[in-house]
Ligand binder design. Structure first.
Ligand code: SF4
Ligand code: MG
Length: 324
């Protein structure tokens, strides 16, 4: 069967202020798929384009180029009205539940709103559906009559999740859904998301800067750097057999207790370059401990290096052969 979501050569560029020709390439030619029922993790440092990619996939931003196929249908060319209907099938959970909830609306209305917007159900049916989903995330009927500011961070994220799930979507983009929460609350919220995945047969794209959270929650993991996917693999494969020097450095920064094969800390030199002015060749070359002369002039492409494993780095033979 075909994947639930396929992203092909997705690009999202933003114009750079004060420049006529420069673009900030937030997402630069990214291709991947997500199977139904799968959890795909996307990791990378802040500013690598992962949030922009998430928003572009669910069409909160329109792509500069490329295709987004949901169940085989290209949704990147739909009209704004068609996109709004499609959003019933794909929802987003944001990092900061507070700023994404209307402070003047009671929680019941907040959760009900997508149903109203999509024209789903009668008033009574909507009420039952809101109660049902509230119950699934652990909110009581009484709590639904309160306002967002009366809730803790973890409870607000439950509201955000209920709102995202009320319309029975297929695909959820979760953008750092637990990063703003205390560590003690994080696992509660992740467990709710796990339970709901089973109950509702959901598919997640789970965006995070935190590799240990991603390891806990995801089936496959994609690593992003400066708008590009640099490695994509099954999570066990990624942790046991990382290929890309950037992935190795990220893994080396995890606590020793973590099941990663990289035990020596790899400290990257320099900062992440300005995405409006990325380095030539391999965009990681300015920080790569394995940089070769050819890396400064040649951009690697994401290519298969094993079963369920792709990497974008000139160190790997397939890549070098292609160039010779
Ligand atoms: Fe490092 Fe070269 Fe591989 Fe880029 S292509 S990650 S610079 S070794
Ligand atoms: Mg972000």
């Amino acid at each position: 069967s075909s994947p639930l979501l396929e992203v092909k050569h997705l690009k999202k560029y933003f114009p750079v202020k004060g420049s006529r020709s420069a673009n900030l390439k937030a997402v630069d030619d990214v291709s991947f798929y997500v199977n139904e029922g799968e959890v795909l993790g996307i990791v990378g440092e802040s500013g690598c384009g992962k949030s922009t990619m998430g928003k572009t996939i669910i069409q909160l931003l329109s792509p500069t180029d490329g295709e987004i196929l949901l169940n085989g249908e290209n949704i990147s060319t739909l009209s704004p009205k068609e996109v709004r209907q499609k959003r019933r099938d794909m929802q987003i959970i944001f990092q900061d539940p507070f700023s994404s909830l209307n402070p003047r609306m009671k929680v019941f209305k907040i959760i009900e709103e997508p149903l109203v917007n999509f024209g789903i159900g009668t008033k009574e049916e909507r009420k039952q559906r809101v109660y049902e989903v509230a119950n699934q995330v652990g909110l009581t009927k009484k709590q639904l009559e309160r306002f967002p500011h009366e809730f803790s961070g973890g409870q607000r994220q439950r509201i955000g999740i209920a709102r995202a799930l009320v319309s029975n979507p297929k695909l959820i983009v979760a953008d750092e859904p637990v990063s703003a929460l205390d560590v003690s609350i994080q696992s509660q919220v992740l467990n709710i998301m796990k339970d709901l995945k089973k109950e509702m047969n959901l598919t997640y794209i789970f965006i995070s800067h935190d590799l240990s959270v991603v390891h806990h929650f995801c089936d496959r993991i994609g690593v992003m750097y400066l708008g590009k996917l640099v490695e994509m693999a099954d999570k066990h494969e990624l942790f046991n057999n990382p290929k890309h020097p950037y992935t190795k450095a990220l893994l080396s920064a995890l606590p020793k207790s973590h099941p990663s094969k990289i035990k020596e800390r790899i400290v990257l030199s320099g900062d992440v370059p300005n995405p409006a002015n990325p380095p030539s060749g391999c965009t990681f070359h300015t920080r790569c401990p394995n940089c070769m002369e050819i890396c400064k002039v040649t951009s690697p492409k994401l290519e298969k290096v094993g079963d369920k494993h792709e990497v974008s780095c000139l160190l790997y033979e397939e890549q070098m052969e292609r160039l010779l």
